[in-house]
Design a protein around this ligand. Structure first.
Ligand code: AMP
Ligand code: MG
Length: 486
């Protein structure tokens, strides 16, 4: 375990030069204080958890101090936002402080979100509010605990610095970790500004650092694109299987690594609703839950367009064509597991779809349904979940087929509960839980954020005394409108 002054930096992205990022120093926030820390994320940097308690920790991640070897930079990128191209985005309020190399030799980007204005801030103040920093912190760590690839969050630092959104709020900073902060939008920027040499430098950087296994391929860039398609297919399958809605799938929010990235008005489904829109600025539902699949494909095609300078169009098209079948295979695999099925039958997808249709017509809590379905024996579990359905005839028909399907499993009853509970979480980050923790934090009490983070770090394990976190949301908490102005 290390102390803060023993972090080792190797700033590979910064070394690409000023065409890719601009050096900017963090602008400190007043009275920095630790709101919440993730010990698991600290461990990725080999940092001793006790370090988080030191005043210097809040000073470093509140923008007051900096390591000599850090090289803080605002990255330039562009991207498609809600389908329209925005030629110049970039880190408007976040800085890549540098890349830390841990004892295992892994590089982790330290990205400080809310660190003040940069040349890419446009009209923005460069700040992040406490509310959105807490939401990103909780979501990144909760997704990771669910086995869904995501950027990670080390800590939230609160402050007394005022910021204006709809009302006055306080500024915070979030320290985010990811192996890379390169987005689809990075490649779009160099493509649309017609800078092929820089595009090439960036492609080689990502290829060498993050997709080295593709270097030996006959066409390394095409092989890399294929890997990106594969990773996204798996990622989106996980989002859909667990009911995660990202909310702002603009191409500047899509990581080149295929991990969940840039959290805004995200939500997990409470009641199952395929048409659920978590972002209340998204009038047309472009980023609704069900649309996440075609939108991921659309975003990959925007990336493919940006790669047409180095790969043949037909090859890119063929590779894009892999997305949907790969997605479907991953999704079906995950849903089989969620239903406790260990072998594959031809009609399994239809079984899943019929279940979701029945759920859609009722008020069935998506997370708790699967958890309760894992109880033994299966007949009793089915009886237990039945009352939540409105379409009882539809559910009964489904339940009869599901029961018969379970009876054809090779080890039907054996281990079913343990197997299902291991993939069906009891605790998820419901918007209303986040909201309660945020309200307490805004009043100066950080204990609820910390408790919620702890509970969500072991989502599959029933934790004594934490029953309140495993309940259905109260009516007021079901359709909270989450603002984009974070
Ligand atoms: P987002 O919607 O958070 O993904 O941000 C889209 C773009 O707006 C990115 O370039 C951000 O850096 C920038 N941005 C968002 N909020 C602010 C802010 N408060 N100040 C400056 N730039 C911002
Ligand atoms: Mg963004």
């Amino acid at each position: 375990m290390k102390t803060l002054d023993h972090l080792q930096f190797d700033n590979r992205f910064a070394r690409l030069g000023d065409a890719f990022s601009t050096q900017v120093l963090p602008e400190p926030i007043a009275d920095p204080r630790l709101v919440v820390v993730s010990e698991a994320a600290l461990a990725l940097l080999d940092l001793d958890p006790a370090q988080a308690e030191l005043p210097v920790f809040a000073e470093l991640f509140g923008g007051h101090k900096l390591w000599e070897d850090a090289d803080p930079r605002a990255m330039v990128y562009s991207g498609h936002q809600f389908g329209g191209y925005n030629p110049r985005l970039g880190d408007g309020r976040g800085l890549l402080l540098g890349e830390v190399v841990n004892d295992a030799g892994e590089h982790w980007d330290l990205h400080l979100k809310g660190a003040g204005q940069t040349p890419y801030s446009r009209m923005g103040d460069g700040r992040a509010v406490l509310r959105s920093s807490i939401r990103e912190f909780l979501a990144s760590e909760a997704l990771h605990a669910l086995g869904i690839p995501s950027s990670r969050a080390v800590c939230v630092i609160g402050s007394s610095t005022p910021v204006w959104r709809e009302t006055q709020e306080s500024a915070a900073m979030l320290l985010r970790l990811a192996p890379s902060h390169v987005r689809f939008g990075h490649f779009e920027y160099f493509y649309y500004t017609q800078k092929p040499e820089q595009q090439q430098v960036l492609l080689d950087h990502v290829l060498e650092q993050h997709y080295p296994e593709c270097l030996a391929a006959e066409q390394p860039y095409l092989a890399m694109f294929r890997s990106i398609v594969e990773r996204n297919a798996e990622l989106i399958a996980r989002w859909q299987a667990y009911g995660f809605c990202h909310g702002v799938m603009n191409t500047d929010n899509m990581s080149i690594l295929g991990i969940t990235f840039d959290f805004g008005p995200f939500a997990f489904l409470d009641d199952f609703d395929a048409n659920f829109i978590c972002n209340h600025s998204d009038d047309r539902g472009r980023y609704s839950y069900a649309n996440q699949v075609p939108i991921a494909h659309w975003n990959l095609s925007a990336l493919a367009q940006a790669m047409t300078t180095v790969v043949e169009v037909e090859a890119l098209k063929d590779t894009l064509g892999l997305f949907l079948p790969l997605y479907q295979a991953h999704y079906l695999d995950l849903m089989r597991r969620r239903l406790g099925l260990t072998c594959a039958e031809d009609d399994d997808l239809a079984l899943v779809e019929r279940l979701l249709q029945c759920m859609q017509r009722g008020a069935v809590d998506y997370t708790l349904f699967f958890r309760r379905l894992g109880e033994q024996p299966v007949e009793q579990a089915l009886h237990g979940v039945r009352d939540d359905f409105v379409d009882l005839a539809g559910f009964d028909a489904w339940a009869a087929d599901y029961l018969a399907r379970c009876q054809r499993e090779p080890d039907n009853a054996q281990g079913r509960r343990a197997r299902m509970h291991a993939v069906n979480p009891l605790y998820i980050l419901r918007n209303y839980l986040a909201q309660q923790a945020i309200e307490a934090a805004e009043a100066g009490d950080y204990s609820e954020v910390q408790r919620l983070h702890q509970v969500l770090s072991r989502p599959f394990e029933e934790q004594p005394g934490m029953q309140a976190y495993a309940e259905r949301p109260p009516t007021w908490g079901k359709h909270l409108e989450i603002s984009c102005s974070s």
